[in-house]
Write a new protein. Structure first.
Lengths: 366, 612
């Protein structure tokens, strides 16, 4: 498998094998467009299932109990907080989570304490094994606000950094489009599946931003390198060189994604099967979805968008026209396969050229 | 060649020095106490109670809460908690909120201490007792001078010169030991009353000292920290026995005459004399409201002629006397200045305390979380298992992908792990950082991010090999390009971490902290370990000749011949010139012609790609 992947990588690098991702960008734009539209639709119709950290509420958690009967908890809540309906979830093998709404402010402390005692009794564990979290509605709102604020600040700063780094607004714009794409789809997955959004998931969302950009930066770096002397040659178009760069970084993209996803999957696995819902699983789920989407977008969204933007640039479009013109006239020595694909990178195998290989006289086109 | 080696060795030496330095520092910390080899854990891993409080102003108040007020509130809560005997409580501000983390399962009383609001009261001093063991000077013997509208006016001057503050504060210790004992016994004799006096009695009257109050006063031990914080202020309508902030003085004070609502604001600054020049001392200026000014005039008018110490009024914040200046004139106009042996710092502190006391602020519980110790331990354990599994998976994958080169990844991850661990342990010692579950998640995610930078580097080197460079040149070129990419992406990560750390609240910060920290460690390791090690490895025949298990085998990368320049092409399966010579010297044989291989490899790369 290794050998195949290495050979595959070699072929991708030399241009022997190329996936026409940039050329087929309309197809990928359509796919992404549909996904984004679906995500937005889910977001606005179904909405996110915000956790009690955002809405306010009270959560109890009984750890390490032999009894995992939801009814026990419901009975306790019905007795002590009759206005509340308890949502009881069994986590893992022996944890029970009980969620109720915001308790009456004046007696919240006391009620919470009583419920804790009763739960400990009902589930036959020492009181020390019952945890509780109580969150006021205003605090929840402020947590949400802080998250949105940091998102906006981060985006602004990142736009500045990207613009400085690439010194080309089109690349920054394309990177940000990919970023928005990742974020919307990840949030869309949360909306569609109805998985609870906690502050930890928000951490995950925000980390995706960094990761998605990271991936895009690597691809763009290679494209920049390939197209640095674009106008001094008339063999390949910008599209083709960008596509080569994309293909050349494909192995790296896959490797980095796998390596980044492995630890995240480990958390997700442990979280799901051993620990039950909590900080770890919330972070890792968001990261898992986001990283997967992020890898996709750095390949199928960021570069195609960048090329689409670039093609509108006069310099580039003039160059492309020139290249195609030469090619049509048969004056270009590029290898074109049967299905009309241009082989970028290595041309045909060398042959002896005789005097043709000698330096040409000046003022004649080479 | 030697240059490369030296460079690599120097980098590795630096890294070694940094690692030894970090652990050495940690060891010093452990030996001298205070530090621990293991990082301290946050509440969600250690178990305990976390309470988030938001200061809320009374409705209609036009005041604003600034950082100084928050710090003051934190200070008051800390003193209360420390006084109650709960160890290792962590109280901090986050944005506009105050986060109190109490270990274990604190009692309701302790929790109540946190949420109770601090009150500022002005009470007349009835009697004073100095701690006989106290030898340090008591710094709070300030006195109020009348500084009404005509503050700088010469007319205010006589009072300033008449008041005894300078002499008092100059030798507070002497006076402390000499005078008060007599005073205290005298007042004790005088106050035989066992019942609270009727309403309308002069608040400075010694009749307020009932048997109860006297008993409390006698029993009051101001060296006990419990009495220096969070003391529930006694009935405002009765006398009470309270301690001084420093624990050196105890007072019996009369009923409350004014409270925080009567104070408009308080400021501190250098003291000016009547000529408007600096005296070199500091003062605290107290601005009262109209209502407060009237009350203050009444109080000062009454007590100015009383004998020591009844000419003092005590400012009691949260049940502790923060200042008890003596008064020699009636202070009208609602402005007073407190002078005495203030330093700039102590003046500012008193002003802050008074200003804080003036705020109509209550602390509202926003969220409360009780984590049982078993849940915390469970989460830590599972988190570590998850991290271990993630690490093992990454190691396996990189060994499959990069073979021997994968070992560099493993080594780099180990070094990164070691540095990160020591940094976290050091930070929990120096700045009190506590590792939370979100922080652990950040560390696990960082494994992937750190490994990513190695992959970017290795892939780059492989790319260069594919283009036909020798390993040395490939590492050189690959490094120069990968460095840029790694720095750019790490910069973005750090940016994300900083933004999150500054703006977000709660658990998000713990995550941002570890993410930022590990990103920095990543840069350190890539520059000081991964790259130097690769440079050194390029010298080893195993890698330089592209052994098939080295992960840098040009044949597997699609190259079996290499253009060496000047029309020469080298085949990798053939020995180099140096080796040939060595072989020839050894066996007087061997050595094949290398120069007349077909120049197949001098092929076209896309133009514009090979531009250096």
């Amino acid at each position: 498998m290794k050998l195949n992947l290495a050979q595959w990588g070699n072929k991708l690098h030399s241009g022997e094998k190329t996936y026409p991702i940039v050329q087929q960008r309309k197809r990928w734009f359509l796919v992404s467009g549909v996904l984004v539209a679906l995500s937005l639709l889910m977001l606005f119709t179904k909405g996110l299932n915000m956790g009690i950290d955002f809405t306010g509420g009270t959560e109890f958690r009984v750890t390490d109990t032999a009894i995992t009967e939801p009814e026990e908890a419901r009975a306790v809540v019905a007795e002590l907080a009759p206005d509340e309906t308890a949502r009881v979830t069994i986590l893992g093998d022996n944890d029970v989570r009980i969620q109720i709404g915001v308790l009456d402010e004046d007696t919240a402390q006391q009620t919470a304490r009583e419920i804790t005692t009763q739960l400990a009794e009902a589930y036959d564990v020492p009181e020390a094994q019952v945890s509780f979290t109580q969150i006021g509605p205003t605090w929840g709102a402020s947590v949400g606000k802080a998250a949105v604020k940091s998102l906006v600040v981060f985006l602004v700063l990142v736009s500045i950094v990207m613009a400085l780094y690439f010194r080309a607004w089109r690349m920054s714009a394309a990177a940000l489009v990919a970023l928005a794409h990742d974020l919307i789809i990840t949030v869309g997955v949360y909306a569609a599946t109805g998985i609870e959004v906690s502050p930890a998931s928000v951490i995950g969302f925000l980390t995706i931003l960094g990761y998605s950009l990271y991936d895009t930066v690597v691809v763009f770096d290679k494209i920049r390198e390939n197209t640095a002397n674009l106008t001094s040659q008339h063999r390949y178009t910008y599209d083709e060189l960008a596509n080569l760069g994309l293909n050349q970084t494909l192995v790296r993209s896959i490797n980095t994604s796998v390596v980044a996803l492995l630890p995240v999957s480990a958390i997700l696995f442990i979280g799901t099967f051993l620990l039950g819902a909590g900080t770890l699983i919330d972070i890792s789920l968001a990261l898992f979805v986001g990283m997967a989407v992020g890898t996709y977008s750095s390949i199928f969204v960021a570069t195609p968008v960048e090329v689409a933007l670039r093609d509108n640039e006069e310099r580039i479009s003039a160059h492309t026209a020139k290249v195609l013109e030469l090619r049509a006239a048969g004056e270009s020595d590029v290898a074109i396969s049967e299905d009309g694909e241009v082989r970028v990178g290595a041309v045909d195998k060398g042959r002896h050229q005789g005097t043709a290989a000698q330096p040409k006289r000046k003022k004649r086109k080479g | 060649m030697a240059r490369v080696k030296n460079e690599a060795r120097r980098a590795l030496t630096w890294l070694g020095a940094i690692v030894v330095g970090l652990y050495g520092l940690l060891a010093v910390g452990v030996v001298t106490g205070g530090a621990s080899m293991t990082p301290s854990l946050a509440l969600d891993l250690a178990g305990g109670r976390e309470i988030v409080l938001t200061p809320v102003l009374a409705e209609g108040s036009s005041e604003t809460i600034d950082q100084a007020d928050l710090d003051q509130a934190v200070e008051i809560i800390r003193r209360r908690i420390d006084g109650s005997g709960v160890a290792e409580a962590e109280i901090s501000t986050q944005g506009e909120n105050i986060v109190v983390a109490l270990p274990g399962n604190p009692s309701e009383e302790t929790v109540a201490l946190v949420t109770q609001s601090a009150q500022l009261q002005f009470r007349p001093v009835l009697t004073v007792s100095y701690d006989p063991t106290a030898t340090t000077e008591s710094t709070d013997e300030a006195s109020a001078t009348a500084t009404d509208e005509a503050t700088d006016d010469a007319s205010a001057e006589p009072s300033a010169s008449a008041e005894p503050s300078t002499s008092e504060t100059a030798e507070p210790a002497d006076e402390a030991s000499a005078e008060p004992s007599a005073e205290a016994s005298a007042t004790a004799d005088a106050s035989a009353a066992s019942e609270a006096p009727a309403e309308g009695t002069d608040p400075s009257s010694l009749e307020w000292i009932t048997d109860d109050v006297q008993a409390k006063f006698d029993a009051l031990d101001c060296t006990d920290p419990a009495n220096l914080s969070g003391v529930t202020p006694g009935d405002p309508a009765l006398a009470d026995a309270v301690c001084d902030e420093t624990g050196l003085v105890k007072y019996i004070v009369g009923p409350v005459e004014m409270d925080g609502t009567d104070v408009a604001t308080a400021t501190s600054g250098p003291e000016y004399n009547s000529q408007g020049s600096l005296t070199g001392r500091y003062e605290v200026r107290l601005d009262l409201t109209d209502d407060g000014g009237d009350k203050f005039a009444e109080t000062t008018g009454r007590i100015k002629d009383l004998e020591e110490p009844r000419n003092q009024f005590a400012m009691v914040l949260d049940g502790v006397v923060i200042s008890a200046p003596s008064v020699s004139t009636t202070i009208t106009g609602g402005q007073a200045s407190i002078t005495g042996s203030f330093t700039q710092e102590s003046a500012a502190q008193l002003a802050n305390q008074l200003k804080f006391g003036a705020l109509p602020m209550t602390l509202e519980v926003q969220s409360e979380q009780q984590i049982s110790a078993t849940l915390g331990a469970d989460q830590l354990q599972k988190g570590l298992i998850a991290g271990l599994i993630g690490l093992v998976l990454v190691v396996i994958y990189s060994l499959i992908q990069y073979r021997a080169l994968g070992l560099v990844t493993v080594g780099s991850l180990v070094i990164a792990g070691g540095v990160t661990y020591s940094l976290i342990a050091l930070l929990s010692w120096t700045i009190g950082y506590r590792l939370s579950l979100a922080g652990v998640a950040g560390l696990i995610v960082a494994i992937g991010v750190t490994a990513d930078s190695f992959i970017v580097y290795f892939e780059r080197v492989r790319d260069e090999l594919r283009e036909g460079r020798s390993l040395q040149a490939a590492i050189d070129h690959g490094w120069r390009r990968a460095r840029r990419t790694i720095l750019a992406s790490d910069a973005i990560n750090i940016l994300a971490a900083v933004v999150l750390y500054i703006l977000a609240v709660g658990g998000v910060r713990g995550f941002a902290f570890t993410l930022g920290l590990t990103t920095l460690v990543d840069i350190l390791v890539v520059f000081l370990f991964t790259h130097p090690v690769l440079m050194l490895m390029a010298k080893m025949p195993f890698f330089a000749h592209g052994h098939k298990w080295s992960g840098l085998d040009p044949r597997q990368l699609g190259r079996d011949t290499m253009y060496k320049g000047r029309g020469r092409v080298a085949r990798l399966d053939q020995p180099t010139l140096a080796e040939r010579k060595a072989a020839a010297a050894a066996a007087a044989a061997g050595g094949t012609e290398a120069a007349d291989e077909p120049s197949e490899t001098v092929d076209a790369r896309p133009e514009g790609e090979d531009n250096r």
